[in-house]
Design a protein around this ligand. Structure first.
Ligand SMILES: *Cc1c(COP(=O)(O)O)cnc(C)c1O
Length: 397
């Protein structure tokens, strides 16, 4: 694997040089006032990225998976019922975690390649007249299949039947790269990690909590200690942590949120839509298809590409790594061997995306996949040229 090539896995993502430097700090006493100057702007920046004014943010030294655990443990009690959609490996793993916590689960199974159906959530919530369901789980962007789901529609499903359950959302591979509106969508807990849209190394579990979710903390009886929101929030009130924070990563997060906000969140989202459109054009140019079955489900942060019958997608990923020093994502679970994934989230430019597309073409050609060299690159170039030309023109004016 060459360290000079960008990675095209859907997390961890490429780390901008400035962020690498920001994470590399001498030891800072986390009980000093200097720590407050790192912690508070990082928390404030995350709130802006999550688009929450009313909610709180807590950050654990962990990963997205820790955020899932914190979301469940701070809001639910053993035996509580959750309603969860499953349409890929990540939504499946969150359901598995609910199982291990002894929760009752009503699973809404979808095809791997389908978006979560708000209609099915609504039907399930409507029949729960006794309000046994305490939390609704949804994965905003299913990284295994490259499928985005409409969280606003799931909120509308809860509201339509006046169901009081909390809405817990996995935004690990969307937040910071795709629009996410915690307050507008009535998200009660939003979960992400540092190594995807925030463009950093892994190590921070980033969790947004609504005022409504905060009210469930004391009654929630699932066991927790390290992940207790209350200890963390008490710590923050005094600019501190209940244990030793990873100060360097928090310093990186302060800069990462600043970078996203300076670029402008809407511009960041547009950039991801544009880069993803180029990748999708390349897939069409190759004569291949995405795992995402409908255009509205196509993710702007990861494309899962179906390989033709008779080819093993995992071999493509292996060869890309061994021969071209380039990392793509393999297929997971039900789509293992059937798809390879191009991650296009975080710090990525059109030029970098073209490198990934060109490399994928070489690997597929090596394996005898019937594609024409240059066909994907050319299709993506057509998408990128127009936009880049327009941007340059604006800059020149
Ligand atoms: C990466 C990812 C996770 C897991 O996050 P970790 O930081 O690896 O624990 C969970 N959900 C989704 C959608 C992801 O993409």
């Amino acid at each position: 694997m060459s360290l000079q090539n960008p990675v095209f896995i859907p997390g961890p993502t490429n780390i901008p040089e400035a962020l690498r430097k920001a994470c590399d700090m001498p030891t800072v006493d986390h009980r000093s006032s200097l720590f407050a100057e790192i912690l508070q702007p990082a928390l404030a920046g995350v709130k802006q990225v999550l688009k929450t004014r009313k909610g709180e943010v807590v950050i654990f030294p962990a990963t997205g998976t820790g955020g899932w655990e914190a979301a469940l443990a701070n809001t639910l009690s053993p035996g509580d019922m959750v309603l969860a959609g499953r349409n890929g490996m990540f939504s499946h793993r969150w359901i598995d975690m609910c199982n291990r916590f002894g929760l009752e689960i009503e699973v809404l199974d979808h095809g791997w390649g389908e978006g979560l159906s708000a209609e099915r959530y609504r039907a399930a919530l409507r029949s729960d007249t006794g309000h046994k369901i305490k939390a609704v789980l949804a994965t905003h962007n299913e990284t295994a299949t490259g499928v985005v789901s409409n969280i606003a529609a799931i909120r509308a499903a809860l509201d339509a039947v006046e169901h009081p359950a909390l809405l817990l959302v996995d935004g690990v591979s969307s937040i910071g790269s795709m629009d996410f509106r915690m307050d507008d969508w009535g998200v009660d807990i939003a979960v992400t990690g540092s190594q995807k849209g925030f463009m950093m190394p892994a190590g921070l579990s980033i969790v947004g909590i609504s005022q409504k979710a905060l009210k469930h903390m004391d009654a929630a009886a699932l066991p927790r200690c390290f992940f207790d929101f209350r200890d963390m929030l008490n710590g923050y009130a005094n600019n501190g942590y209940p244990y030793t924070p990873n100060v360097g990563l928090l310093n990186g997060l302060k800069l990462a949120t600043g970078m996203l906000l300076d670029e402008g969140l809407e511009h960041v989202f547009d950039r991801h839509t544009r880069i993803a459109s180029g990748v999708r054009a390349a897939v069409t140019g190759w004569g291949l298809h995405l795992c995402a079955q409908r255009p509205e489900w196509q993710s702007d942060t990861v494309s899962a590409i179906l390989v033709p019958d008779g080819f093993n997608a995992t071999d493509i990923v292996t060869r890309a790594a061994e021969v071209y020093g380039t990392a793509f994502g393999t297929g997971l679970g039900e789509v293992a061997g059937k798809v390879f994934r191009i991650g296009h989230l975080g710090m990525l430019t059109e030029g970098m995306a073209l490198q990934g597309i060109a490399t994928a073409e070489m690997v597929m050609a090596d394996h005898g996949v019937p594609i024409t060299l240059g066909s994907g690159v050319a299709a993506a170039q057509e998408v990128y040229r127009g936009h880049l030309g327009a941007a340059l023109q604006i800059a020149a004016e």
